[in-house]
Ligand binder design. Structure first.
Ligand code: ADE
Ligand code: ZN
Length: 324
């Protein structure tokens, strides 16, 4: 794959392979329930809610700053070797807090892992502080408050993942307003498992510039037109959609239909080992499924950079890498 890749959607703990999680469990003395793995050692993942539950359980093994630093370093050195030039990663303050890591130590660990990967490979990354919808409004607002009180140059976005079926987007308006006031770019998971209304509700209540997934917006022409008209960028993760049963194959992803309708999109691997993929594979599969040229793929990377939550100078430098 020759086109430089840009990734806008990947979750930090979701980037941890089963081998990494098992190694963390061993050194941290955590007993992981064997049923989170299949007999051949992959993550067990039947549907969306089962995935979220396995993910939460696997997270309990990742419990020291060293674990987080290694995870970020491993992810970005490997991805850089496969052609990634810029990546954004969702980080949640909830998981480190649950295992007793302070927010400051967590952020330092991430900055350390990324700093070493950047030095070794030249890759650029930024991080999106992400609340979990099913953890409720108070936790989301506390996370937005952290963004205010502990600003960090690598943390440039605020997002929300978790179970789309829980709560109303409007419940989270204050959290997103606080994050916007802190100067962060905004993205929300919607239209992954729920329908187009989940996307329009999020646009109205939270005013993000990007939507995580958003693919089910394709089921309503008005929502598609709205996405195109407002220039909202979708972070599409087709491998995740296939693994969770939203689509059967890559060519059934609405990627081409969105592009034809003028909707901007970039790619992500979401939780790559859970979904048996990585960002290089997402690029390769999308190119193959839609017979896209290298220029088509470069345009997707360019959209990713335009929508990236990083400063303009960094974007200019990355754009020049893209055209090399
Ligand atoms: N958290 C981690 N991966 C997620 C996904 N694909 N959807 C919602 N929340 C998530
Ligand atoms: Zn996601």
């Amino acid at each position: 794959m020759s086109v430089p890749q840009v990734e806008l959607h990947c979750h930090i703990e979701g980037a941890a392979s089963p081998a990494f999680v098992r190694a963390c469990a061993t050194r941290n003395g955590v007993n992981l329930p064997p049923e989170i793995f299949t007999p051949d050692g992959a993550y067990s993942c039947d549907d969306f809610l089962h995935f979220l539950s396995v993910y939460e359980t696997a997270c309990t093994a990742i419990c020291t700053p060293r674990d987080y630093a290694e995870l970020v370093y491993d992810y970005y050195t490997h991805a850089a070797h496969s052609g990634l030039i810029y990546g954004e990663m969702f980080i949640s303050a909830d998981h480190p807090a649950a295992v007793g890591i302070s927010y400051g130590d967590f952020v330092d660990a991430i900055a350390d892992g990324y700093g070493r990967a950047h030095e070794k490979t030249g890759i650029t990354a930024r991080f999106i502080l992400t609340c979990v919808r099913n953890y409720g409004v108070e936790q989301a607002e506390a996370m937005a408050q952290l963004a205010h009180s502990h600003p960090h140059p690598l943390i440039t976005g605020f997002g929300m993942g978790g179970d789309e079926n829980r709560g109303m987007p409007a419940d989270f308006t204050r959290a997103f307003d606080m994050a916007r006031d802190a100067g962060l770019g905004l993205t929300v998971h919607a239209g992954e498992v729920c329908g187009p209304k989940s996307v329009s509700n999020c646009l109205e209540a939270l005013k993000p510039s990007r939507i995580g997934h958003g693919v089910r917006a394709i089921e309503n022409n008005e929502v598609v037109a709205r996405l195109a008209g407002e220039g909202i960028v979708l972070e599409v993760c087709p491998g995740a959609n296939i693994a969770l049963g939203v689509y059967g194959q890559y060519r059934q992803s609405p990627i081409r239909r969105f592009l034809d309708a003028g909707v901007k999109l970039a790619l992500g691997s979401d939780d790559p080992p859970y979904f048996h993929t990585d960002i290089a594979n997402e690029y390769a599969q999308v190119q193959r499924a839609f017979s896209f040229t290298d220029e088509d793929m470069r345009a997707i990377s360019q959209t990713g950079l335009e929508a990236a939550f990083c400063d303009d100078l960094t974007k200019v430098e990355l754009m020049s890498k893209l055209s090399q």
